[in-house]
Each structure stands twice: as structure tokens, then as C-alpha cells.
Design a protein around this ligand. Structure first.
Ligand code: SAH
Length: 240
């Protein structure tokens, strides 16, 4: 006898970087029609779930079961956590549930869902991706700053190893975005000395958002994980 259960593709749904309104209509529709929505958490303590994504989807008042997938940010067993999460998602897909996994920002851009996608493809599990707005795009818009134009190039650095690495890219006349900037300390001195226009963007789209282009504001600021910095590169307008 053949298996007659109708199954639906595993659906990655990008939910934008913080402001619940920065989601596509298509993404919201998938969430509303899901049977179960999984979100990433790095910690579950005393039944308290810490999740940036969960805070965003709470705003949609979904009448859908929302469940955490645990991914500690650090540690040696990362691959095992990806495998475990993938098996959890697959098990629900196989029993005919409409399964969504949400992803903060965009889902193919430094995202946990990217790893799930690789596992699903290797396993020939049907999967679809609904794209979203990455944090640096939302942050630049919030700061009303064009990122790059003309024939300038753009580079994104994540987890930079040193300020030298950033300086080298800036010297080649590119627009530069640095994500996961928290790994370096000494931003105040770096920004004070390089004399290049920048926008620092923290927790964009949330009630705690903070943006500045003045290095003095960073003198005593503790840089959190959800922070990035943008060095725009744009053409000057010639006066007519
Ligand atoms: N998928 C996300 C990126 C996740 S990697 C996206 O598309 O934007 C996590 C890094 O993204 C953080 O270290 C930070 O540099 C940046 N980031 C994510 N959300 C942010 C937010 N709301 N405000 C500022 N930076 C954010």
C-alpha cells in the first residue's frame, strides 16, 4: 500500500530584523496558514525562552502552535544541534503538517535556516524560502542613509578578526558593513581616528533601537550582539 499522506514543503520564513511590520505579505500568509511555527532560541532557562524571533512573531497573534528550536550560539556541538533541529522539522513535515521555521532578517544571510536548508537539500526534502529584509538594509533606511551608489562596490564583513581588516577594505573606496561587530573592542578609538562617515545601528526595529553617526556616543557604550556598523560610499552631487 502506498503512503497517502499529503505533505507540504518545509517553509523558511524570513521575518525582518525587529519591526514586526517589516515582513512580506507572503511571509505573513505562510505563518497564518501554518500548523506549526518553529523559532530559534539560544537559551531556555526555567521555562523562560530567550528569542529575538519570538518577540517579533508574538506581534502577529498567530493562532498557530509556536515551538522553540534550541541552538546555543557557541560550543562544539553545533552540527549536532542543526541535525537535531532538522530531524524535528522533518518529522512534522512527514506527518503532513504545514511547517514554517522563522528567521530573523533574511533567511539566506548569516542565518541558522541556511544550515537547515543544506540538510534538507542533501536529504531531498522539499523546501521553500520566503525572503526578508536584512538588518543592514533596515538600519540604513531607519538612518535615512544611502549605502552605496554609482560604480562603488560593497562588502559585508562578519565577525571581523581585527580593525586592520576593516581599514583595508575602507581604503579601497568601498561601502563596508560590519556585522557581529561585538567581537572587537575598541570601536570608539577606531572611529575617532579613521575619519570616515559611519552609521552605528543597534537593535533596529525594536523598542531598544539606537542609531548614531557620532563616535562620542560610543565612548562608554557596551556593544550588544544585535549591532552593526555601516560605512556608506556614495557619489557627490555636482551643484547645478
Ligand atoms: N539574518 C540576519 C543576520 C543574522 S547574523 C539578517 O538578515 O540581517 C546576526 C548579526 O546581524 C548581528 O550580530 C548584527 O550584526 C546583525 N543584526 C541582526 N539583527 C539586527 C538588528 N535588529 N539591529 C542591528 N543589527 C542586527
Amino acid at each position: 500500500m502506498t503512503n497517502t499522506i499529503k505533505t507540504f514543503p518545509l517553509t523558511g520564513v524570513a521575518i525582518g530584523p525587529g519591526d514586526p511590520e517589516l515582513i512580506s505579505l507572503k511571509a505573513l500568509k505562510h505563518l497564518q496558514q501554518a500548523d506549526v511555527v518553529y523559532f530559534v532560541t539560544s537559551k531556555i532557562e526555567d521555562n523562560l525562552i530567550q528569542s529575538f524571533s519570538k518577540q517579533i512573531i508574538d506581534a502577529y497573534n498567530l493562532k498557530v502552535l509556536c515551538k522553540p528550536l534550541l541552538f546555543p550560539m557557541l560550543g562544539k556541538n553545533r552540527d549536532q544541534f542543526y541535525q537535531n533541529a532538522y530531524q524535528t522539522l522533518k518529522a512534522d513535515v512527514k506527518i503532513g503538517l504545514r511547517v514554517c521555521m522563522v528567521s530573523e532578517g533574511d533567511l539566506g544571510f548569516y542565518s541558522t535556516f541556511g544550515y537547515i536548508l543544506k540538510l534538507a537539500k542533501a536529504d531531498s526534502l522539499p523546501v521553500i524560502c520566503i525572503p526578508g529584509i536584512p538588518a543592514f538594509i533596515a538600519g540604513a533606511a531607519q538612518a535615512t542613509t544611502p549605502i552605496v551608489d554609482g560604480n562603488y562596490s560593497f562588502i559585508n564583513l562578519a565577525l571581523p578578526e581585527s580593525f586592520n581588516e576593516i581599514e583595508t577594505e575602507l581604503a579601497t573606496n568601498k561601502a563596508v558593513v560590519v556585522m557581529k561587530m561585538k567581537v572587537l573592542s575598541g570601536w570608539f578609538n577606531f572611529l575617532k581616528n579613521i575619519k570616515r562617515e559611519f552609521v552605528y545601528i543597534e537593535k533596529t526595529g525594536t523598542t531598544d533601537e539606537f542609531t548614531t553617526s557620532n563616535y562620542m556616543d560610543l565612548e562608554n557604550r557596551k556593544i550588544p550582539y544585535f549591532a552593526l556598523i555601516l560605512f556608506p560610499k556614495t557619489e557627490s552631487l555636482t551643484a547645478s
